[in-house]
Design a binder for this molecule. Structure first.
Ligand code: NI
Length: 137
């Protein structure tokens, strides 16, 4: 029986966003989203952890080659979102509100389709040092 372990890769990107519901009044948006509703956007330094859980391959000793994972995260996530305005510059958040929750699920879906099915994927996204989201929950 193979041993199951979790391997992790930390990455980082900077992006701007604005949280608002377009059908709401300014007052309502301010009440719910506070500073994150700033009309001229604001930035976050996002820290991303990608976790893969699966069996250690008997030949390679790997669960998954972390260089390949790093390249995949760069291509699927960082090249899309780093130094971008998430609301204006990305297809993913044209209509989807770019909360940390939604960004986390979008990143999960982008990576999930590229990874072998036998590996479980989990995403942690830190929007600030103290606020972070985990998906799947
Ligand atoms: Ni914000």
């Amino acid at each position: 029986m193979s041993t199951i372990v979790t391997v992790c890769r930390n990455e980082h990107f900077n992006a701007a966003h604005r949280l608002y519901v377009k059908d709401w009044s300014d007052a309502q948006n301010n009440e719910v989203f506070g500073k994150c509703n700033n009309a001229n956007y604001h930035g976050h330094n996002y820290n991303l952890t990608v976790e893969l859980t699966g069996p250690i391959d008997e030949q390679t000793g790997y669960v998954y080659d972390l260089k390949l994972l790093s390249d995949m995260i760069k291509e699927e996530v960082l090249d899309k979102f780093d130094h971008k305005n998430l609301n204006l510059d990305t297809e993913e958040f044209k209509t989807l509100i770019p909360t940390a929750e939604n960004i986390t699920v979008v990143i999960y879906n982008l990576l999930r389709k590229k990874l072998p099915e036998h590996l479980a994927l989990r995403i942690k996204l830190y929007e600030t040092e103290r606020n972070f989201v985990i998906y799947p929950a």
